[in-house]
Design a binder for this molecule. Structure first.
Ligand SMILES: *[C@@H]1O[C@H](CO)[C@@H](O)[C@H](O)[C@H]1NC(C)=O
Length: 320
């Protein structure tokens, strides 16, 4: 046994010196489709750490109120669209936040999304985090926006010491370069394509978001449903992907001045629909979006406005 351990240790030591650039081909480790979402994710109910006008329900409630719905090929996650919320409620509109059972370091995640929540007051997100020590452990926001405004924004959040260079190989536009949550709202990249978010994303039948995380970079790609350049291994959702064939990412976060393994722990995937809260509900953000009334009052009193406030997934594929 001791001998076997020593041999495998040497193999591991050897494999760790293969340059990351050679490792662009990954094999699928999870194919999450339809009812599989219930096996791969747990419901995070209870108070919202982001102060939203939201009540995250447990799995039994979500299913009984049809806030999650799985068919053989699709999974839906949405907010309540039928109930007027009493203004004296201490929580808010029922909605759903799910977290993957598995956590990942080096991996590729491909999200095939047909529809994302839209409407004034909505703050949907697909992201990765280790919630236990935040902002230690870092955060990667892959899909995020508020109040139907603008393009998708991809953002990293870390503790002090992780910054991004101004010049990067990406098609999106850099916002703040300091990822430190104490210094800014994170280091963000605006995808710069209208079909990347909200009503325009939905009108185009959605598309694919993909993230590749290694020890030396984090890259994110977006392809609209009918884009000419969707890689075949992405649209096919097959058993392997080769990210070296995917072209320039929309967002590139290199390790130039950010030691990725130091600032990013193993991450769970989180998918949630929030209302108002720290981002969508900020008075200036809400007002500048052209939405009526105040965020809380609008969300409480207009259930019919949330009929399109839902995610519809074809699949999530994980490659490692
Ligand atoms: C739940 O939602 C799905 C998807 O919108 C729909 O097809 C189904 O009929 C709904 N079920 C009920 C009981 O309303």
């Amino acid at each position: 046994m001791k001998g076997a351990f020593s041999i495998s240790f040497r193999l591991m030591a050897f494999s760790s010196i293969i340059p990351a650039a050679l490792c662009a081909t990954y094999s699928r480790s999870e194919n999450i489709v339809g009812t599989g979402f219930y096996n791969s994710f747990i419901f995070e109910d209870g108070p919202d750490p982001n102060h939203g006008r939201v009540n995250y329900v447990d799995g039994a409630t979500a299913m009984s109120q049809n806030l999650t719905f799985a068919s053989e090929n699709t999974f839906i996650l949405r907010g309540d669209w039928q109930t007027v919320i009493d203004d004296s409620s201490t929580t808010g509109r029922n909605s759903v936040r799910i977290r993957s059972n598995n956590a990942y370091t080096t991996h590729v995640a491909v999200f095939d999304v047909v529809h994302m929540p839209q409407g004034c007051g909505t703050w949907p997100a697909i992201w990765e985090v280790n919630g236990a020590s935040w902002p230690g452990g870092g955060e990667v926001d892959i899909v995020e926006g508020v109040n139907d405004q603008g393009n998708d924004q991809i953002t990293l959040h870390t503790v002090t010491g992780c910054t991004m260079p101004a010049s990067r190989t990406q098609t999106g536009t850099s916002g703040p370069l300091n990822c430190d949550v104490g210094a800014s709202f994170g280091c963000s990249v605006n995808v710069g394509q209208a079909p990347s978010y909200g009503p325009t994303f939905n009108a185009n039948g959605g598309g694919w978001y993909a993230m590749e995380r290694t020890d030396t970079f984090i890259n994110v790609w977006f392809w609209s449903r009918n884009a000419a350049n969707v890689p075949a291994d992405v649209s096919a959702g097959g058993t392997t992907v080769d990210t070296s064939d995917w072209g320039i990412p929309v967002a590139n976060f290199p390790n130039t001045a950010c030691n990725i393994p130091q600032f990013f722990d193993a991450h769970n995937i989180i998918i949630n629909l929030n209302f108002c809260g720290d981002f969508a509900g900020q008075a200036d953000v809400y007002a500048s979006s052209g939405c009526p009334s105040t965020c809380t009052s609008y969300v409480d009193n207009n259930p019919a406005a949330f009929g399109d406030a839902y995610f519809l997934f074809n699949s999530i594929n994980i490659y490692e």
